[in-house]
Design a binder for this molecule. Structure first.
Ligand SMILES: O=P(O)(O)OC[C@H]1O[C@H](OP(=O)(O)OP(=O)(O)O)[C@H](O)[C@@H]1O
Ligand SMILES: NC(=O)CC[C@H](N)C(=O)O
Ligand SMILES: [Mg+2]
Length: 501
């Protein structure tokens, strides 16, 4: 779940792109990049690190132009090498750059085709570089000196025919405009909006609506699954449905953890969805233990705050901030290695003893994935003197790998894989553990004012909406991307493409 953004403006867009990246930083902390265009030239800066570290004043000065795209990365394919930071670039046709959120599931076949049939060179293990080359090949196949919107939309249709998986992408065609597209299942989100300036209307595409809000763009809407958008350099906006059988199946984990609460995705407020998750969970507690003895509800900052608050309200139990979060430490789950993740939990969270001493505490988290967070947190609650430590998760048990852009490649790393709730409770040291039911989660997200009928819930139920995932695929994923392999795979590549400023 990386963050992508593209802007067609009326003055230099570098500052706006940078600001958007800082707002989307929660979607990827490993690498950041930006490319802008002016007078047929491209200006690129990308590297590993947070946006604020990658872009210094000297880089910003060189990123000139009224049009550009940018990316924050959380690696889910290839390695964490800086050579895989995005946007990627190919020089033909026209000079195209691309930023991608998601994961292709037929990347091996595509890599072969690109080399053997399309005669194109791919220099990294990133699936995003493959996606760019498919797009570039199909645009080149139109054989036009000056491509128009029909060429762009026909190209996206071909991309949909060839590429499987989850992908939300934004690409810049040098001298022509910005294209954005969302896979036919709409697994990853893309929104777009506009703002009025003295020089005319500016357009922006981004992973989440919060990026539009903060920059003063008003939301026009989401890209529908299978829809593409093309904004010319002159500022004309075109949209088109380019897929044969689109079906909205957004990743439900976006609402659980990935997205910011102040975003609206596919018409659903993430904040409200999380409130409803808390409500459903409280109802389950009351069903299962009407005589519960919970003294206080405590969230695990940050993401669970919203659902924990509503859970406490419905239970009629005190809501307290029992853990203080170090604001200078980022998100733990999207860190690349287990050692870093483990260390970070203790650095990030500290208990306020008074809230625990002698009490039965109900700790609430949005999800339990590897169990890194809850194990340590429960111990901290005990050390702080809690009488009983109960734990609940606003999402169901995570039991299956994710293949669409969340780094959960190995079932053996998932604490709930092949374990009952009681076994997980024992392992994490909880006196009582409660998970949200999947139907309740679906209802919490898709049952509000705006209805969503189908989701990608694969991490909870093992059903992969693209229909191309089998045991063999999952085994390969496990073998190539488990924690041990990833730790050994950090090759110090340099970037072979545009000069990096
Ligand atoms: O079971 P685990 O493998 O530990 O993963 C789940 C935890 O990781 C996430 O927190 P994170 O620290 O990434 O971000 P947050 O501050 O937004 O909650 C999530 O909110 C859970 O707390
Ligand atoms: N999290 C993502 O969306 C990752 C995009 C791409 N698969 C990469 O690894 O760079
Ligand atoms: Mg958390």
């Amino acid at each position: 779940m990386c963050g992508i953004v593209g802007i067609v403006g009326k003055s230099n867009v570098n500052q706006a792109l940078f600001d958007a990246l800082t707002v989307l930083q929660h979607r990827g902390q490993d690498a950041a990049g930006m490319v802008t265009s002016q007078g047929g030239r491209l200006y690129l800066r990308k590297d590993n690190g947070l946006a604020r570290d990658v872009f210094r004043t000297r880089h910003m000065k060189e990123l000139i132009g009224n049009i550009g795209i940018a990316h924050v990365r959380y690696p889910t394919a290839g390695s964490s090498s800086m050579a895989e930071a995005q946007p990627f670039y190919v020089n033909s046709p026209y000079g195209i750059t691309l930023a991608h959120n998601g994961n292709l599931t037929n990347v091996e076949q595509l890599t072969k085709e690109i080399y053997e049939a399309d005669l194109r060179h791919v220099n990294t293990n990133s699936d995003s570089e493959v996606l760019l080359n498919v797009f570039a090949h199909e645009l080149a196949a139109r054989n036009k000196l000056q491509p128009d919107k029909e060429d762009v939309f026909a190209t996206v249709s071909r991309v949909f025919e060839r590429c499987q998986g989850g992908y939300a992408a934004v690409a810049m065609i040098t001298g022509y405009g910005i294209v954005a597209f969302r896979d036919p299942n709409g697994i990853r989100p893309v929104v777009y909006g506009q703002r009025q300036t003295e020089q005319g209307v500016e357009y922006m595409v981004a992973s989440e609506s919060v990026a539009l809000d903060v920059l003063g763009f008003s939301l026009i809407g989401d890209l529908a699954p299978g829809e593409a958008l093309y904004i010319t350099e002159q500022g004309e906006l075109h949209t088109r449905q380019c897929a044969k059988a689109p079906k909205l199946s957004p990743c439900i984990f976006e609402y659980v953890y990935l997205a910011r609460p102040d975003s609206i995705l596919d018409g659903v407020s993430v904040y409200k969805a999380r409130l409803r998750m808390g409500e459903k969970l409280a109802e389950k507690i009351l069903r299962e233990r009407p005589e519960h003895d919970i003294d206080v509800v405590i969230p695990i900052p940050d993401t669970s705050r919203t659902s924990a608050l509503e859970l406490a309200n419905i239970l009629g139990v005190k809501f307290r901030e029992g853990f203080v979060k170090n604001r200078y430490i980022g998100r733990t789950f999207i860190m690349p290695g287990q050692a870093a993740r483990k260390k970070s939990v203790r650095q990030k969270l500290n208990a306020i003893e008074q809230e625990f001493k002698g009490k039965n505490v109900m700790l609430v988290d949005d999800s339990i994935v590897r169990g890194t967070t809850c194990r340590q947190i429960i111990q901290m609650a005990r050390d702080a003197g809690a009488k009983n430590v109960y734990f609940c998760s606003a999402a169901p048990a995570v039991r299956y790998p994710n293949v669409y852009g969340i780094d959960m490649p190995s079932v053996h790393e998932l604490i709930a894989h092949n374990r009952t709730t009681e076994e997980v409770a024992e392992l994490i040291g909880a006196d009582w553990l409660l998970y949200q039911d999947l139907e309740d989660l679906k209802e919490a997200v898709g049952g509000g004012k705006v209805k969503i009928e189908q989701f990608d819930c694969a991490v909870f139920d093992g059903q992969y909406v693209t229909g191309d995932i089998d045991a063999e695929y999952l085994q390969r994923l496990e073998d190539t991307r488990n924690d041990l392999v990833k730790n050994g795979a950090q090759v110090a590549n340099s970037i072979i493409e545009l000069h990096n400023s």
